[in-house]
Design a protein around this ligand. Structure first.
Ligand SMILES: [Zn+2]
Length: 412
């Protein structure tokens, strides 16, 4: 079974969440193999059936369409969704529609309001990814290929994708997108995020400047509760701890997408924060995320040069690199923090020297370890055979040329 194979290839570790279309056999397989995994349905596959199920006239009714989409996508809480859904069913006379009844029964597996607290890394619209992967592989493979041809094309396609990723990674590290506000927090977002994530963050910053205003403030102890107006007219509620800088917004964009929303940005700006608090910069969205080494289930390095380090040391090395990058970034905007970090690293280095001489692998050793063999001590290079230069001898002719020449001779 595919689900069982997936579990084995993932070293027996079950995923936290799986998204599929409404395939019944997948649902049964997932329930059996991943009893504790959250299973969500792809909204795109469900909404694709809307026209067929409610009829073209109803689907094209702008009032119905706007209210239905707003209810499905825009509801922030289950109770908000339920009340909007019920009023739509009543207002448009859809109480007898069995498909809508079924979708309402399974609402907690496809309506975003039911899993706003679950981090989905922006894959709510699953189809955009799966369909783009389908198109990607369809471009380079088809069902008539022999196995070996498929394998070669598959590898080429993957290499092409990796190359594109490297290019984007390079652009994120060495180029800077234009800022659209004079807010320091936008500049900080640009420093830490990849270009793609920064584009979304920047959209939030601009919306915060243009549409969000503080409507009310209530303070109890260190927690400030702030009402923020927004473009849609809804008032979002942000709770902000002035001591820890912890913020939570009723729109729950951070919990779902991992990027802080416009409402929290307004609050941070008003609180005088020039930077995004570190707990709101997810490592996976940072420029340094791709610098972390990856390993397979057996501890083999998946990218970068392989070395003779043990799997345990490799993993520790990877974690240390990641932590070092984060600490360096967290300190670089403050002289006091930077001095402290410099001292700690210096002390650690001195300590390591005292623990024994620090041997550094030479470039030659690194290279030998990479190619898996050592350089020979004596290298004999023989002079190459003398090759005929152009025009010095007769060229071997291809079959077609010979045929043409034969015909010319016959024609004479
Ligand atoms: Zn918000």
């Amino acid at each position: 079974m595919v689900v069982q194979d997936f579990l084995e290839s993932n070293s027996g570790v079950a995923p936290k969440l799986i998204m599929t279309d409404e395939d019944q056999s997948m649902r049964i397989g997932i329930e059996q193999v991943f009893p504790n995994t959250m299973h969500r349905l792809c909204m795109w596959h469900i909404l694709m059936k809307l026209t067929e199920k409610v009829g073209t006239t109803m689907k094209n009714n702008p009032d119905f369409h706007e209210r239905f989409m707003s209810c499905v996508w825009g509801s922030e809480t289950p109770s908000e969704f339920e009340s909007q859904w019920c009023s739509i069913i009543s207002d448009f006379g859809l109480a007898d529609n069995t498909w809508l009844q079924e979708k309402y029964e399974s609402r907690n597996s496809w309506i975003p309001a039911y899993f706003m607290e679950t981090h989905l890394g922006g894959i709510l619209r699953t189809t955009s990814r799966s369909e783009s992967e389908n198109a990607f592989f369809r471009h380079s493979a088809n069902r008539n290929l022999a196995l070996i041809e498929f394998w070669v094309k598959f590898e080429t396609a993957l290499e092409e994708q990796w190359q594109k990723e490297l290019q984007e990674d390079n652009a994120s590290l060495h180029t800077l997108p234009m800022l659209e506000t004079c807010w320091s927090i936008e500049s900080h977002g640009r420093d830490v995020h990849t270009h793609e994530v920064f584009a979304e963050f920047q959209r939030q910053v601009v919306a915060a400047r243009d549409y969000c205003h503080v409507k009310s403030i209530v303070q109890v102890g260190e927690v400030r509760t702030i009402g923020i107006s927004s473009k849609s007219g809804k008032v979002r509620v942000v709770s902000f701890n002035t001591s820890t800088k912890a913020a939570h917004c009723s729109c729950r964009m951070f919990e779902s997408l991992g990027i802080i929303c416009r409402h929290i940005i307004v609050v941070l700006k008003n609180e005088g924060c020039d930077e995004i608090p570190s707990q709101y910069v997810l490592h996976r969205w940072t420029k340094m995320a791709a610098r972390q080494l990856s390993y397979d289930a057996n501890g083999h390095e998946l990218e970068g040069p392989s070395t003779c380090l043990s799997p345990t040391i490799k993993k520790l090395y990877s974690k240390t690199c990641s932590k070092f990058s984060l600490a360096l970034h967290a300190s670089k905007h403050c002289e006091e923090k930077m001095r402290y970090f410099h001292k700690v690293v210096g002390d650690a280095f001195t300590q390591l020297e005292q623990m024994g001489a620090i041997s550094e692998q030479s470039k030659v050793q690194e290279f030998e370890s990479f190619v898996g063999t050592s350089f020979p001590s004596v290298i004999s290079i023989h002079p190459p055979d003398v090759a005929n230069t152009k025009g010095s001898g007769k060229r071997l002719k291809r079959g077609s040329e010979q045929t043409v020449n034969q015909k010319k001779k016959e024609g004479k």
